[in-house]
Design a protein around this ligand. Structure first.
Ligand SMILES: C[S@@+](CC[C@H](N)C(=O)[O-])C[C@H]1O[C@@H](n2cnc3c(N)ncnc32)[C@H](O)[C@@H]1O
Length: 295
């Protein structure tokens, strides 16, 4: 896989995903203040002041309307291109629990919803459910509730088959139970965690090793080549090296709690602008990912 497909069979079409944002964010997209709010968020992000960037609803809606739609498209393509994830979401009988960490802006929510809804079309009345728990340090509840209502009303036959629950908390200090999840995602969030609190982030990765259940999946993605470096002794390593050491074990020994089942160092998702219409720019994405499975 050198590039992700713009559209896949196992996800709703890109225009359907974009419609969720044009409908839910209609007022924001028409607001004369939108570009000023986007500028404020950009300034905070440039200064790496992530907490300030998301500290009120104007900024959160500005961020979500500007950047989330393209993320949702790319993530829907990624999820639906990973067989282990589609196999999980396709299973027709039981309730699946997914935890999306740092996912307040809604990209993971819409992408998982789009893949689940598409796969559910084969068995619309079956008893399977998708329960998406989202944890984020900023209060994204209004954004997430709007997107969830849209997906429930528009994408699935039975409202109760697709659920979202949001918790505002710091993943590094909150002690959330991990053992019920079949899939955990950390998309474009690990770098931020390392930047905020390195020691606590290492501890959190160890918690994933101890508490996640066998065969659960963990997906980590980050902007390609963006991982910061750490110094061990007199050598510098990318943070990814440390993450793999903790999760997978020493190179060649693979004695850790997780195994890598799919990975790419650099993968493009390019938006075909002829097929979707959105009032703001839909950015292409180039990212790194690793999909781990708990042993
Ligand atoms: C760069 S954004 C990525 C958003 C989303 N995952 C995506 O890919 O579009 C990082 C997110 O992580 C959240 N975050 C940062 N530190 C966190 C922490 N310690 N605990 C929980 N969430 C955190 C931020 O509030 C923000 O929503």
């Amino acid at each position: 896989m050198s590039g992700l497909p713009f559209t896949t069979e196992d996800s709703l079409a890109p225009y359907q995903i974009i419609d969720a944002f044009t409908v839910c964010f209609k007022n924001i997209l028409n607001s004369p203040n939108l570009s000023a709010h986007i500028q404020k968020v950009k300034g905070d992000l440039y200064n790496r002041d992530y907490l300030a960037a998301f500290d009120d609803d104007d900024k959160r809606f500005a961020y979500a309307s500007r950047w989330t739609p393209a993320r949702a498209l790319a993530y829907a393509s990624l999820f639906s291109s990973l067989t282990e994830i589609t196999t999980l979401l396709k299973e027709p009988t039981f309730a699946k629990n997914v935890l999306c960490i740092g996912a307040g802006a809604g990209g993971e929510l819409c992408a998982l919803g789009a893949v689940f809804a598409r796969l559910k079309e084969y068995n619309p009345t079956s008893s399977s459910q998708l329960n998406i728990d989202i944890i984020d340090i900023a209060d994204w509840s209004t954004v997430l509730n709007q997107l969830t209502s849209y997906m429930k009303n528009t994408w699935v036959y039975n409202h109760q088959s697709l659920n979202m629950s949001f918790v505002q908390n710091d993943i590094l200090t909150c002690n959330i139970g991990m053992s019920k999840y079949e899939l955990i995602t950390l998309l474009f969030t690990t770098n931020e965690l390392f930047a905020e609190k390195r020691k606590e982030t290492v501890k959190f990765l160890h918690t994933l090793c101890q508490n996640c259940k066998k065969d659960s999946l963990l997906l980590i993605a980050e902007s390609a080549g963006s991982f910061s470096h750490i110094t061990v002794g007199d050598k510098k390593f990318p943070v990814q090296f440390l993450i793999d050491m903790i999760l997978v074990g020493k190179p060649d020994e693979n004695d850790g709690a997780w195994e890598v089942i799919s990975q790419q160092e650099s993968l493009w998702y390019r938006v075909n602008e002829k097929e979707v219409t959105y009032p703001l720019k839909l950015e292409n994405m180039r990212f790194f990912y690793r999909l781990y499975r708990k042993k």
